[in-house]
Write a protein that binds this ligand. Sequence first.
Ligand SMILES: Nc1ncnc2c1ncn2[C@@H]1O[C@H](COP(=O)(O)OP(=O)(O)OP(=O)(O)O)[C@@H](O)[C@H]1O
Ligand SMILES: [Mg+2]
Length: 272
Amino acid sequence: MNQTKIGIDAGGTLVKVAYRESSSIVYQTFPSQAIYDAVSWLNDSFLNPIVCITGGKSQLLAEKLTAPAKTIVEFDATNRGVHFLAGQQRDAIENNFMFVNIGTGTSIHYAKDMEQQRVGGTGIGGGTLMGLAYLLTGLWDYERIVQLASNGDRGNVDLKVKDIFEGALPPISGELTASNFGKKESMMARNPSESDILAAIIGMIGEVIVTVSSQMAFQHNVGSIIYFGSSLRSNPLLRDIIKEYTRLAGKEPVFLKNGEYSGAVGALLSLD
Ligand SMILES: Nc1ncnc2c1ncn2[C@@H]1O[C@H](COP(=O)(O)OP(=O)(O)OP(=O)(O)O)[C@@H](O)[C@H]1O
Ligand SMILES: [Mg+2]
């Protein structure tokens, strides 16, 4: 029997696993906090697997596995996975593009000729959503947070350009956010709902990420920005904001199917 090849991306929040079964790739996720669940599952499910681990917690995980595991640099693994997944979903992927990994934090990369260069990042990411959501609403369950956010109205929290230019014609689109969380007067008159607050947090995160990423796309003269990471999971609101703002910046947003597994897939491919 062939030994199973397993690629793992042990990130700050989630451990992502990708392994081959017949001709397809199977995906699995565990919370990094409960790393022993991932360890037990891996030790119990596979006999003498061939393992490659990437991500900030790769060393921690490798020490706990029964099987020997090699570790690889996260940015290279992610780059490889991104090219593979992008190649699967588009007929012709451009030779150069930006890719943005919205994990616990956000990392921004310029890809050209199959190579990547990390050109920047921001601490505003999925961890910011979890932390601010907890502070402002007491909620901590990811699925609950994104589900509630989808019914929220950012208009009760964020100040739009048109709110400032009351009645007058603004020099830029009145629909743009003038100040995230800036509608203090109206919030003092009527408290926004949990859903409104959560939607505003997601809005702020999406807008910051696009602002930084699109600036870098201009600097590197590329047209497409590929976004991925578990923060986009079950999160249509974040996708929509990113899509809209990226197009406003004149760039083309691309979302990768199974993109949150880019690192794990890259680690898996490095075993071939
Ligand atoms: N089941 C879940 N539990 C917790 N967070 C989740 C879950 N599903 C999606 N998320 C979101 O995804 C984010 C983590 O994304 P991802 O798995 O890409 O990051 P990571 O690889 O763990 O972190 P990093 O790459 O920054 O070390 C969380 O901060 C949260 O916003
Ligand atoms: Mg990650």
